[in-house]
Structures are given as C-alpha cells and as structure tokens.
Design a protein around this ligand. Structure first.
Ligand SMILES: [Zn+2]
Length: 350
C-alpha cells in the first residue's frame, strides 16, 4: 500500500514534467486529484489496514495530495508566464508612445480657394492682412464715402451690436486701417501699398441658391503714383488664371460703389453651365464675381493719402462665389451647412 504512494508520486512528477500547457495540466489534476482520480483511489484500499497504519497512510496520502496541488499551481504559474513572454516576443513592434491615429479632416473649399488666391497675390508682392469681423460704422461705411443716410447703405444691411458696432458687410471695412498702416512707407519711402485682406462678411438678407447671410470676400488694394485701370485688369486676370489654372472669360461692366470712381462689376463666365445659363448664374451665363474700380479720392483722403499725388485700385473678390465656380457647387447654402458628406467631395486632405 505504502509503495503505491511513492509510485503515484513518481508517476505524477514525470507527467507534470511533460505537461506543456494549461490544458494538459488540468488533465493531470483530474487524473490524480479528481473524484475518480488515483489519489482518491488510494484511500479506498485503507479498509484493510490496521488503525495505526490507517493513521500513517492517511497522513501520507494527504501530504501527497497537498504536494500535487502545490506542484500543479506552481507549474500553472510557470506556464502562464512563459505564454505571456511568448506573446510579447512574437508581437509586432508597437510604439506605445506614438500619437493615436485619428481620421484626418479636410480643408473647406473656401479655405482652399482663399489660400490659392493668397499665394497668387503674394507672388505678385501683395501683403496678406487679417482684420476683425466686428467693425465700427466709420470703418464699414463713412471712411468708404458712404455717409449716414446714404442710399448705398440699403444694399448692405447687416447685423448691429448694441454698442453701435456691426458685423462687417464687406471686407472693404479694413481699407481705412490698411491705408493708415502703410501710408508712411508709401509717402516717405515710395513703397506702393499692395495688400489683400480676406475675411468673413455678413448681410441681413434672405437666403437662396446664390445668397447667404454669411460669405467670404477677399479685398485687395494697390496704391501708388500712376496706378490705372489696366493695372487692375492685369492683376485680376493673373489671379483668376492662377486659381482656375486656365484662361477665364471676364467682362467689366460699369457699376456703382461709393468707394470707387469709376467703378466696375467684374463678371466671370459661369463655369457651372459654361455660359449657357443655370440657376446659379440666374440664367445669364455670367456670375458677378468682383466689384472693383479706382479708389475714390475721398477714401484715400480718409486714409491720410493725398489723392492729387496718388491713385489706386481696389477690388472685393467673392471667395464664396469663386469656390462655387471652381468646384461646381450649385447652392451657396451647402458651404455653411456643415454637412461633411457634401463638403468633403470638394476638398482634399490637410
Ligand atoms: Zn450658370
């Protein structure tokens, strides 16, 4: 009987040594310690032993039981550790400090067009300026030869703040500040004022496929001695062919804007319908892109520049319109809709 204990121990040690995974280990545990296991069987033979022998035998079987239990637990921990090491060693190299990979966004069509325009104007020596969206009545109107109660204000109804300031209805609102910023260099050093200033503009008006209450413009001015309309046409054509990467048909029509004299409307042939007429161009084949003209003497005076000595041109390019033309966007309202499904069609990765 007693030798059976040693035999079982030897058998167990051999099998334990050979076990290579958790499943095999569990089978060994059942084989030895299970309800019908070898150790349990040993106890069944106890009835033939004397009382003294029973005591000693029971003690030894119990020790064996504990030994087997401990050995299995120890081997189990060893196997788990080895398994973890294998997984770590076989895992692909992962840099846990690398930033998370997120879905990349894309630029808005207007941003893309704005950047292209900025690039073209920069290449022609224009400075790119920024200006606030909240301006004073003086900046938006009076400095631009639009005194209070002037009927031209009717075309530019905008949103007023309780303190009398307003959301700029056109990027021209920055003109006065630009002249004041650069006039010293113009007068003392003879450096022409050449600047573009893109920005968000606001109008209080009903929206439809080609009107929005929020839109983007890019104003540009050039002031120097002997500046004339041919300079204006040259710069506008260069900019448009830069943006559209091809020659674009334009036309100048006389237009009235109080801050230019003479004033023009620069129209661009509708690129959506090719000039045949569609809702975006109000079936005319032409899109009003850019009011422009020679800067009114009163506007130069307000900016501290002598109109007898200097002349200049100004234009207010419709960036929103330009984006619609470039990407064939039929409804202006799509641009402010925040609808990524719609906008992402026209954009590119950042
Ligand atoms: Zn059209």
């Amino acid at each position: 009987m007693f030798e059976k204990i040693d035999g079982l121990r030897a058998d167990f040690e051999q099998k334990l040594k050979a076990a290579s995974d958790a499943r095999e280990l569990e089978n060994i545990r059942i084989e030895f310690l299970g309800k019908k296991g070898s150790v349990t069987d040993l106890l069944k033979g106890m009835k033939d032993l004397s009382v003294e022998e029973k005591k000693s035998f029971g003690q030894q079987v119990n020790d064996l039981k504990n030994e087997i239990g401990d050995a299995i637990a120890e081997k189990s921990a060893c196997l788990a550790k080895a398994q973890l090491e294998r997984e770590i060693n076989s895992a692909p190299d992962i840099d846990l400090t690398a930033p998370a990979v997120l879905d990349r966004g894309s630029y808005h069509p207007i941003t893309l067009v704005q950047r292209e325009c900025e690039q073209v104007f920069r290449s022609m020596g224009f400075a790119v300026e920024d200006y606030s969206e909240i301006v004073t009545d003086y900046e938006c109107f009076e400095a631009l030869n639009i005194p209070k109660h002037h009927p031209a204000r009717d075309m530019q109804d905008t949103y007023y703040l309780t303190n009398g300031q307003l959301l700029k209805s056109h990027t021209s609102a920055a003109q006065n500040a630009i002249y004041k910023k650069y006039r010293q260099a113009l007068i003392e050093e003879g450096k022409p004022i050449k600047a573009v200033f893109p920005g968000r503009c606001f109008r209080n008006e009903a929206t439809d496929a080609c009107h929005e209450n929020t839109f983007f413009q890019m104003e540009g001015v050039m002031v120097d001695k002997n500046i004339n309309i041919s300079n204006l046409i040259f710069f506008m054509k260069t900019m448009l062919s830069g943006v559209f990467k091809r020659d674009v048909k334009v036309r100048l029509r006389p237009g009235f804007f109080p801050f230019v004299e003479p004033g023009f409307e620069l129209d661009i042939s509708c690129l959506i319908c090719g000039g045949d007429g569609c809702p975006s161009c109000k079936h005319s084949g032409w899109l009003e892109l850019c009011p422009c003209g020679m800067i009114h003497p009163e506007v130069l005076k307000a900016g501290g520049i002598d109109p007898e000595e200097y002349t200049g041109f100004a234009f207010g390019l419709g960036l929103t319109r330009l984006a619609m033309m470039k990407y064939g966007i039929k409804d202006i309202r799509d641009l402010n809709s925040g609808n990524l499904k719609s906008l992402s069609q026209f954009t590119q990765d950042c």
